[in-house]
Design a protein around this ligand. Structure first.
Ligand code: CDP
Ligand code: ZN
Length: 159
């Protein structure tokens, strides 16, 4: 059994006039994340963790943000594209641990639906997924509510 670990990180700016998507779930919130795609910062961190685990580059190399094809792209589709790619052949998720760093909104109430969404995308059980919300105690760009950051660690088992 070949065990591979990957680390992902991402940040997007919070602005008015955009929907907020986290883990592929639309979150009720007055602000949304700005980006070329739907700016799902949590899924982007997960994608980069997966690509890191298999040594296959990063999300920007796979889906360039200057490519019109990915304008307003659904990040669920980007993750599915990676999961179904040659690079992920014979790989199964061991576990995923995800931290969403946001002063607001409160992540905890959304964790069950987010886990369901990720388990579906990663073809694993919800018990293999951990999602945690964290503030930065009003410090820095996340603390001022200027953006949301996400960190992901994933273990992949390659048979
Ligand atoms: O208490 P501590 O400083 O460790 O954590 P915090 O950032 O103040 O967050 C307290 C708790 O609120 C966390 O343990 C999460 O359960 C929850 N939380 C959340 O659901 N969504 C956030 N955006 C931030 C925190
Ligand atoms: Zn991103």
């Amino acid at each position: 059994m070949n065990i591979r670990i990957g680390l992902g990180f991402d940040v997007h700016q919070l602005v008015a006039g955009r929907k907020l998507f986290l883990c592929g779930v639309e979150i009720a919130h007055p602000l949304g994340l700005l980006g070329h795609s739907d700016a799902d910062v949590a899924l982007h961190a997960v994608i980069d963790a997966i690509l890191g685990a298999v040594g296959a580059g990063d999300i920007g190399q796979w889906f360039p943000d200057n490519d019109a094809a990915y304008k307003d792209a659904d990040s669920k589709v980007l993750l599915q594209t990676v999961m179904q790619s040659e690079a992920l052949q014979n790989c199964q998720v061991g576990n995923l641990d995800l931290v969403i760093i946001a002063q607001q909104p409160k992540i905890l109430p959304w964790v069950p639906v987010m886990k369901k969404s990720l388990a579906n995308l990663l073809k694993c059980e919800e018990s293999q997924i951990s999602i945690k919300g964290k503030t930065t105690e009003k410090l820095g760009y996340t603390g001022r509510g200027e953006g949301i950051a996400a960190q992901a660690v994933i273990l992949l088992q390659k048979s």
